[in-house]
Design a protein around this ligand. Structure first.
Ligand code: AMP
Ligand code: ZN
Ligand code: FE
Ligand code: FE
Length: 287
């Protein structure tokens, strides 16, 4: 068990635990430092901080996860120590969430064309007004009896090359890095390589070259200790992070997704010195 988990989601994006529930679970599991990193939203963070201070003993790093496009694939960019009171950031996040809403609607329409009826109202309800994502559609498909687990919905319909997939406008990785740096957040590449449990998650092609380029733009780290990565994957990424002088970060990417075998909070995470390195890179003082 790790004492640090720097990748967690709540109901403000596609996680299924409320911030307070997630924080309590993390504390119960013995975590000491957590980062809550919802997709395109910082709205859960007030509740995260409130709950953590009620419980005591848990350090919280405010974070965000942005999706970016590269040709034929995507890269997720985490931003640590994000300043959620930055109006420019918030207006960009509102735009991204709007884009997510339209795109989710298109995917529900595509599913209907394929004879897979899910209620758009139910999908919206499952999103709880937060950043809507494919996991909400997948959950509605489970409820409607079309698939057994959310993951099956991805495997059969919702993955990038699946028949119901729809695109939305996204940033490029360098735009995301610039946006995070302008905010004062520390950019870290999420899950840089193949994940066995996520069907459309390919290895980032030419990872070394891309990391080298993005480091010049301000990339500070990448995930190494991630989700279901095997010891070989972790070893490969740890060596690459050392070689390129990137902070080796990581976490469970816990969503309470309902998929069998999902990594729980604290089942994987980086050593504590990753937290010190992120804090130093942010220029923010320790609490
Ligand atoms: P979206 O942000 O709408 O593109 O959805 C991406 C999210 O879907 C990721 O953050 C994961 O939580 C989830 N996801 C992606 N691929 C899979 C998969 N194969 N099985 C289950 N969940 C997945
Ligand atoms: Zn997610
Ligand atoms: Fe991600
Ligand atoms: Fe994530």
């Amino acid at each position: 068990m790790a004492i640090v988990d720097l990748h967690l989601h709540t109901t403000y994006s596609d996680g299924r635990l409320k911030p307070a529930q997630l924080v309590r679970l993390c504390a119960d599991r013995g975590l000491e430092v957590i980062a809550v990193s919802d997709h395109d939203s910082t709205e859960g963070l007030d509740e995260v901080f409130e709950t953590a201070s009620e419980l005591g003993g848990l350090t919280v790093i405010p974070a965000i996860e942005l999706s970016t496009d590269i040709p034929g694939s995507e890269i997720h960019m985490l931003g640590y120590f994000v300043d959620r009171h930055d109006p420019e950031l918030q207006s960009a996040l509102t735009r991204f969430r709007d884009g997510r809403g339209h795109r989710a609607r298109r995917m529900v329409e595509r599913l209907a064309e394929l004879g897979v009826e899910v209620s758009w109202e139910r999908v919206k309800e499952l999103s709880g007004g937060g950043a809507i994502g494919r996991p909400h559609i997948a959950q509605a498909m489970v409820e409607a009896g079309h698939v057994r687990y959310p993951k099956d919905a991805f495997d059969r319909y919702l993955s990038r090359d699946g028949p119901a997939y729809a695109e939305r406008a996204k940033l490029t990785p360098r735009e995301a890095i610039a946006m995070l740096r302008a905010n004062g957040a520390v950019p870290v590449m999420a899950h840089p390589t193949y994940s066995a449990s996520k069907s459309d998650r390919d290895e980032v092609a030419q990872l070394r070259e891309i990391l080298t380029e993005l480091k010049e733009e301000g990339l500070a780290g990448m995930e190494v200790y991630y989700g279901d990565y095997s010891p070989d994957q972790v070893e490969y990424l740890a060596a690459l992070a050392r070689e390129l002088d990137l902070i080796a970060c990581g976490g469970s990417d816990y969503h309470a997704s309902g998929n069998p075998g999902e990594p729980e909070p604290g089942s994987v995470g980086p050593p504590l010195d990753a937290v010190d390195a992120l804090r130093a890179a942010s220029g923010r003082a320790a609490p």
